[in-house]
Design a protein around this ligand. Structure first.
Ligand SMILES: *[C@@H]1O[C@H](CO)[C@@H](O)[C@H](O)[C@H]1NC(C)=O
Ligand SMILES: *[C@@H]1O[C@H](CO)[C@@H](O)[C@H](O)[C@H]1NC(C)=O
Ligand SMILES: *[C@@H]1O[C@H](CO)[C@@H](O)[C@H](O)[C@H]1NC(C)=O
Ligand SMILES: *[C@@H]1O[C@H](CO)[C@@H](O)[C@H](O)[C@H]1NC(C)=O
Ligand SMILES: *[C@@H]1O[C@H](CO)[C@@H](O)[C@H](O)[C@H]1NC(C)=O
Ligand SMILES: *[C@@H]1O[C@H](CO)[C@@H](O)[C@H](O)[C@H]1NC(C)=O
Length: 305
């Protein structure tokens, strides 16, 4: 009996460490979508250890990059999923190296959806395979737009700290109404600081500062304007018939109220859930990484594989 137990324990230990080693070499493997301009940099995790796992694609917020989700990726891979993180066009590492030429980088939702499509081709994701679209702030709006345009390619929506694509958040009106050149010329890091200021967590703030600095204020402003421009004045525009997780940092004054209103409007969708993450502002995945992981895993457990 004891021997059997020991053998079983030894087997479990060996299996665990072997699997752990394979996780290590299957995390954040970088790829480049060369056909996009600028080339889109992405990172795939868990594609070898979880060949049949659901694919979750995370899009970060305006000016932010793939590192916004670093703390969530390993727990999701360990839970059996495949995860893709990437830098959206003109942000993070998806920029041309010539600093002057960056000025002419264009951000629109049409282009970001084209980039998503190209990235999925680069990842050899079959067109018929539905993926989980996740995103934070601007990324949550990209995820909604993908779900709207490609309903058959979207298994679920995970929208974090963002408004719905059919209601313009009051503070976005300024970005919609003002010409891009004027916005960029007059911004003086106001957009940069507005995002940074939603976090009180020292470590999260350092990371947000680093990510925003990689993109620069002009690119943040372009992304904000793209967000304002994609909003359609149609209260049914993103009524989806798939599982939806709406998640917000409880202290995120930029989006918390509108996410609650969105949930109340969509309550007829039997698959919708709303989670408030405590001790978190706008970039909830950095402010409270564990809280976001718990909410994601709980939601994913409700989705049939
Ligand atoms: C960088 O881009 C600017 C603007 O497009 C261009 O005028 C300049 O020649 C480029 N510099 C290099 C080193 O390619
Ligand atoms: C999605 O699939 C359904 C059923 O196969 C089909 O009727 C519909 O046209 C498809 N929609 C899109 C946008 O491809
Ligand atoms: C904006 O912030 C960046 C990075 O912190 C800094 O280098 C730059 O000087 C700031 N620009 C203005 C106009 O304050
Ligand atoms: C952000 O906080 C800094 C430091 O507290 C302050 O100087 C700046 O005006 C704030 N910016 C915004 C947009 O609230
Ligand atoms: C939304 O965030 C603001 C700013 O942190 C806070 O004052 C407010 O209580 C929050 N609202 C909800 C419903 O949590
Ligand atoms: C930041 O701290 C201020 C003052 O203590 C508080 O009012 C605010 O709710 C906090 N915001 C976040 C995101 O923690």
């Amino acid at each position: 009996m004891l021997l059997l137990w020991t053998l079983t324990a030894l087997f479990a230990l060996t299996t665990a460490s072997t699997t752990q080693d394979s996780w290590k070499s299957d995390m954040f493997l970088q790829g480049t979508v060369k056909s996009s301009s600028p080339p889109i940099q992405y990172w795939r995790s868990g594609f070898s250890v979880n060949p049949d796992g659901d694919i979750i694609i995370f899009t970060p917020g305006a000016g932010l990059d793939h590192h916004s989700f670093d703390a969530q990726v390993l727990p999701l891979v360990l839970a059996g999923h495949r995860v893709v993180t990437y830098d959206p066009r003109c942000q993070g590492m998806s920029q041309v190296s010539n600093i002057t030429a960056r000025e002419s980088c264009t951000i629109t939702f049409d282009l970001m959806l084209q980039d998503m499509d190209s990235m999925m081709i680069d990842l050899h994701i079959p067109y018929k395979q539905a993926v989980l679209q996740a995103g934070l702030s601007m990324g949550g709006m990209v995820a909604q737009q993908f779900a709207k345009v490609y309903p058959n390619r979207t298994k679920a929506l995970i929208a974090m700290d963002c408004g719905p694509n059919e209601v313009l958040l009051p503070w976005m009106q300024y970005y919609l109404a003002t010409p891009l050149d004027t916005l960029i010329a007059n911004d003086n890091n106001a957009s940069f600081n507005a995002i940074l200021n939603t976090s009180n967590n020292t470590i999260a703030r350092q990371e947000i500062y680093r990510e925003l600095s990689e993109s620069g204020d002009a690119e943040i402003v372009k992304a904000m304007k793209a967000c304002a421009e994609v909003v359609v004045d149609d209260p049914t525009y993103t009524r989806l018939n798939i599982p939806e997780l709406l998640l917000y940092g409880q202290l995120d004054g930029l989006t918390n109220t509108s996410m609650i209103e969105w949930y109340n409007r969509d309550i007829a969708n039997p698959h919708i859930s709303l989670v408030s993450v405590p001790n978190a502002g706008h970039v909830s995945s950095l402010d409270n990484p564990e809280g976001v992981v718990t909410a994601l895993i709980a939601f994913l457990n409700t989705i049939k594989h």
